[in-house]
Design a protein around this ligand. Structure first.
Ligand code: FAD
Ligand code: NDP
Length: 426
């Protein structure tokens, strides 16, 4: 049993959705493109799962957040794929790939062959078991990566209103889920190993602002320790979390967000890997010229900073997907991917954006008592990164533009005095 396509995308997440739209814009013919996805629904905007999806009132539900609404483009439902002659093979895991034969084999035993393949398999969550703790399968322990996880989290949350939750991890999932739990009237304790939340991006001063805000909403923080075990009752429910520092936290539910690993396994030993991802060039092309990789799974050259990176954010998934399609369909007209890293989050009534690279010296500016504030990173006398909380659209555009231009910074004191005005004047 087998089918052949010109273009195949393995994985049906954010990057796949944006790639599909780009294919149609560039004139793919009906029957040429196939997407194979383990998920049972067409590509959707994953960021919604930790935000709108978890709201107690009028939560976001599909089809409202199928790609590509996040970029104010068309919303691609099953009907759209159908109308464009794009074959969507859903609920189907690809279990092996043969890059020499240019074939994929699915869990249902079908062979799908391609002329060009886009790898958009994203990432999987890291499980507690990988850190030597058992209990991930307890019925009130939640991870969050896909729609099935989000549905489970909603159900567990609804059964715990007025109760307690322990959130393990102080990164994106931890921070966004903690806020959603509070909004659902659940008492939250966050536990993470670092000295402050969002340690890979935030400075201690920025982190302290968000932690104080969370504390004002009732969230408790236990920092500098990790969990060592769960107490599980005879019904298979976690009733308490034991920490390595010896403390015990009785709880009704647990949310775990301790990072991810890219889904590279289908291609290990067949394609070159780097920094945990599939290594691609500036055209998003892997070590095999018929295969491209995009989104969370790709390690690509970041021209702006002269090094390769793997990013785990939606904007890079969207843009790398579009670029790969352009490189496949119009190779002569498509240059090197030139990406400015962009991360953001929204929690409670807060909202921040970050552009660039958080390396070098940091200059904070603005009103840390509840107004607009931010930070610049200055590396080798040039602006390398900018963070802003509570900005307007124009202000975010200004920090993005300034960061991309990497202006020379001679006087850090002057930069601090100018604050946001510096970016607005660049
Ligand atoms: P994914 O969207 O993860 O898609 C991968 C797809 O591949 C999935 O459908 C998966 O089932 C499928 N797949 C994997 N292996 C196989 C296989 N063998 N066979 C078939 N299918 C397979 N980023 C931001 O910048 N801002 C945010 O606010 C934000 N919020 C987020 C909230 C949540 C809850 C999560 C989990 C992530 C969030 N992110 C956010 C990160 C962002 O969603 C990811 O960077 C983005 O989804 C990456 O897109 P992708 O297509 O590479 O991978
Ligand atoms: P992150 O990498 O953001 O954070 C993981 C956190 O867990 C870090 O604080 C990490 O510490 C900590 N940690 C690691 N091991 C342990 C442990 N054994 N016990 C307790 N804490 C531990 O990953 P998330 O899981 O939060 O997010 C998953 C993915 O989803 C990421 O790709 C992220 O980009 C994406 N996402 C993005 C959002 C956004 O951009 N707004 C929103 C939601 C998700 P350390 O740093 O020391 O490893």
């Amino acid at each position: 049993m087998g089918r052949a396509f010109v273009y195949v995308i393995v994985g049906g997440g954010v990057a796949a959705g944006y790639a599909a739209l780009e294919f149609t814009k560039r004139g793919v013919s009906p029957g040429e493109l196939c997407i194979v996805s383990e998920e049972p629904v067409p590509p959707y905007e994953r960021p919604a799962l930790s935000k709108g999806y978890l709201l107690p009132e009028a939560p976001a539900r599909l089809p409202s957040f199928h790609t590509c609404v996040g970029a104010n483009e068309e919303r691609l439902t099953s009907k759209w794929y159908n109308e464009h002659g794009i074959e969507l093979v859903l609920g189907t895991r690809v279990k092996s790939a043969d890059v020499r034969r240019k074939t994929l084999i699915t869990a249902t035993g079908e062979t799908i062959s391609y002329k060009f393949l886009i790898i958009a398999t994203g990432a999987r969550v890291l499980k507690l078991e990988e850190f030597g703790v058992n209990g991930s399968d307890a019925e009130n322990v939640c991870y969050l990566r896909d729609l099935a996880d989000a549905n489970r989290l909603v159900n567990v949350m609804q059964s715990c209103v007025g109760g307690n939750a322990v959130v393990i991890g102080g990164g994106y999932i931890g921070m966004e889920c903690a806020a959603s739990l509070v909004i659902n009237k659940i008492n939250v304790t966050m536990v993470f190993p670092e000295a402050h939340c969002m340690a890979r991006l935030f400075t201690p001063k920025i982190a302290s602002y968000y932690e104080d805000y969370y504390k004002s909403k009732g969230v408790k923080f236990i920092k500098g320790t990790v969990l060592s075990s769960f107490d599980i009752d005879s019904n298979g429910k976690v009733v308490a979390v034991n920490l390595r520092d010896g403390s015990r936290l009785p709880t009704d539910m647990v949310v775990v967000g301790i990072g991810i690993r890219p889904n590279t396994n289908l291609f290990e030993g067949q394609l070159t890997l780097e920094k945990g991802g599939i290594k691609v060039n500036g055209k998003l092309q892997s070590s095999n010229s018929s295969i491209y990789a995009v989104g969370d799974v790709a390690t690509f050259p970041l021209k702006l900073f002269g090094e390769t990176r793997r990013l785990e954010h939606v904007d890079s998934a969207r843009k790398s997907a579009r670029h790969a399609v352009a490189a496949i369909m119009e190779p002569d007209k498509t240059g090197e991917f030139d990406y400015l890293p962009f991360f953001y989050s929204r929690v409670f009534s807060l909202s921040w954006q970050f552009y660039g690279d958080n390396t070098g010296e940091v200059i904070h500016f603005g009103d840390f008592s509840g107004g607009t504030f931010g930070a610049y990173w200055v590396n080798k006398n040039h602006l390398s990164g900018s963070f802003l909380e509570g900005g307007t659209k124009e202000e975010y555009e200004a920090i993005a533009k300034a960061t991309r231009l990497k202006p020379a910074i001679e006087d850090l004191g002057e930069l601090e005095l100018q604050g946001l005005g510096f970016a607005l004047a660049v």
